[in-house]
Design a protein around this ligand. Structure first.
Ligand SMILES: *[C@@H]1O[C@H](CO)[C@@H](O)[C@H](O)[C@H]1NC(C)=O
Ligand SMILES: *[C@@H]1O[C@H](CO)[C@@H](O)[C@H](O)[C@H]1NC(C)=O
Ligand SMILES: *[C@@H]1O[C@H](CO)[C@@H](O)[C@H](O)[C@H]1NC(C)=O
Ligand SMILES: *[C@@H]1O[C@H](CO)[C@@H](O)[C@H](O)[C@H]1NC(C)=O
Length: 510
């Protein structure tokens, strides 16, 4: 049996190699036909045994991969928009029959050769687009220079490419190229991305429900037009009251919060698994000692004001804050600047929401068309995310549920306690999310939990589908069976949790 199937795989591979040798050139691959676009250029040539480092946060942890593929590069423009978009499509010589669109992150729509090799190693025909945006040299592009045509004038065309247009066109170009090369349409199409890439995934489900059969949307930058300006709230408070706070003191507050709330889930591991049960405020920690450069200091009341601003966010006009075990040093600047006015802060926030929300918020809870097409979507969010407040996607999911009480049948959201933005942190990180999504799409294997591991200390965990939360039931906390998924009423704090825990205990013993 094993012998037979390996023969089959080997001959399949030979066949693919033979075909590709004939087909990988600009003359044999059909130019894609995209409504409203003009194809400026198409390059195609075979690349053999190309070794490169590749990663894809939210999907794999990275490594070196050697791949052989047909390298197709398509350049297109939207006449009148003065843009030039490059889409890379990599077609493995050993194809698994599927198409995989790769999202970007930060202010980029794709990471091209950084993400492509891993997907191709897995056998996917894969694509990535630069969206026509100049992303600069940074790995996580925070260069927004492309967004202005000139001083104070937004380049709405490029913003629309960034928001969703380049992504749907990458899907169309990628699928057409794949079909032309293999002489066969992909059996299934997938999208994955984290952060800005997670937002691209949501945009596809909401706006182009038939583009992908499966979407993995990790830590999506939902409501980006709100949480980015709202993230300046702590700086605002600091500048307005002229409260300088050191990184050490900021970390001192975080350490106290972890001490206070870590055990609420029943296990002491440096992770706050149930942020909503953590009722402590920064003010509670004033007077506690923290150490900085070997000397002891005391957490101050003024410092508490700044830290509470990070944790609470800017209130109902703005955005909820970060969870209390997140690394907040990014949100707390090193020094005060000139006094800032609160009106300007809220004016800027209102302006951003009003002007960019329609294009960028990506928060339409109506996924009925995606559901009707049979699409499946998986999201996960690190609860210690230091860049995007997890509450954004959690409240979006609640809205999806209130529109469709059975949304669980096609869209699941998982909390990853202790995990940072896309990766990092103390908590176990999902390591098979894409495979679980594929099994759901193709075989109907519902992801009841999402597998997660921490490679460095061998912890493995089955993450819970929201609104269920992870609850410790006893035993070795490195083992998944020591936890269960349960509904937790956080409004009563630790007492109700204890009750819950006992109930869960009781159930598991039955
Ligand atoms: C793929 O082709 C493009 C366009 O010719 C080229 O710029 C790129 O370097 C090629 N990629 C690899 C990995 O060879
Ligand atoms: C701690 O030491 C570092 C490096 O010497 C210095 O940059 C920092 O300002 C010090 N922090 C405090 C709070 O003194
Ligand atoms: C895994 O666990 C170790 C030991 O507790 C910790 O230092 C590390 O940050 C954790 N996370 C990852 C991603 O390795
Ligand atoms: C993790 O598991 C591997 C293989 O079982 C073992 O070699 C290693 O020592 C373990 N590491 C820790 C930190 O427990």
């Amino acid at each position: 049996m094993v012998f037979k199937s390996s023969i089959w795989v080997a001959s399949g591979a030979l066949l693919a190699r033979a075909c590709s040798a004939l087909g990988c050139s600009p003359t044999t691959i059909d130019k894609p036909d995209i409504l409203g676009a003009t194809i400026l250029d198409l390059q195609a040539s075979e690349v053999l045994d190309n070794t490169a480092f590749s990663t894809n946060p939210g999907v794999n942890n990275g490594g070196e991969f050697t791949v052989s593929f047909c390298n197709v590069t398509v350049v297109h423009t939207h006449p009148g928009w003065n843009d030039k978009i490059t889409t890379h499509v990599w077609l493995p010589l050993d194809w698994n029959g599927r198409f995989h669109g790769l999202g970007g992150g930060g202010y980029a729509t794709g990471h091209d050769s950084l993400f492509l090799p891993y997907a191709v190693t897995r056998g996917f025909a894969a694509a990535s687009t630069d969206g026509g945006l100049d992303k600069g040299d940074a790995f996580i592009p925070n260069n927004l220079g492309w967004a202005l045509s000139s001083r104070n004038n937004v380049n709405w065309y490029l913003l629309e490419n960034y928001a969703y247009k380049a992504t749907i066109e990458m899907a169309e170009i990628g699928k057409q190229i794949t079909t032309s090369y293999y002489k066969k349409a992909p059996a299934y199409s997938y999208f994955s991305g984290c952060s800005g890439g997670g937002r691209q995934g949501l945009a596809m489900a909401q706006r182009f429900p038939d583009a992908f059969d499966g979407i993995l949307s990790v830590a999506p930058a939902i409501d980006i037009e709100t949480f980015v300006p709202a993230g300046y709230w702590a700086r605002q408070v600091m500048n307005q009251h002229q409260i300088p706070i050191s990184t050490c003191e900021a970390e001192g507050f975080v350490n106290e919060a972890v001490k206070a709330c870590d055990k609420l889930d029943g296990v002491e591991d440096g992770i706050i698994s149930l942020p909503s049960a953590c009722k402590a405020t920064a003010n509670d920690f004033v007077g506690q000692k923290y150490s900085c450069n070997g000397t002891l200091h005391t957490l101050t009341a003024s410092g508490a004001k700044v830290i509470q601003a990070v944790w609470s966010g800017s209130g109902k006009n703005g955005y909820p804050g970060l969870n209390k075990d997140a690394d907040i040093t990014f949100y707390v600047p090193k020094a005060c600047h000139s006094k800032a006015s609160t009106c300007q802060f809220f004016d800027a926030l209102r302006y951003s929401k009003a002007n960019y929300g329609g294009m960028l918020a990506t928060n339409n809870p109506d996924l009925s068309a995606f559901k009707a097409k049979g699409g499946k979507m998986v999201s996960w969010i690190g609860l210690a995310d230091e860049a995007i407040p997890p509450s954004g996607i959690l409240s979006y999911y609640q809205q999806v549920l209130s529109k469709d009480a059975n949304a669980h049948d096609f869209y699941r959201l998982f909390e990853a306690p202790g995990v940072g933005h896309c990766s990092g942190g103390l908590g176990p990180i999902p390591n098979k999310a894409l495979d679980q999504l594929i099994d759901w799409v193709e075989m109907g294997v519902v992801p009841d939990t999402l597998h997660a591991v921490n490679g460095s200390d061998n912890t493995s965990r089955d993450l819970c589908p929201y609104p269920l939360h992870q609850v410790y039931v006893g035993g070795d906390h490195k083992k998944p069976e020591s936890f269960t998924c349960a509904e937790v009423d956080s409004s009563f704090g630790s007492e109700s949790l204890l009750t819950q825990e006992l109930q869960v205990h009781g159930q598991s013993e039955l």
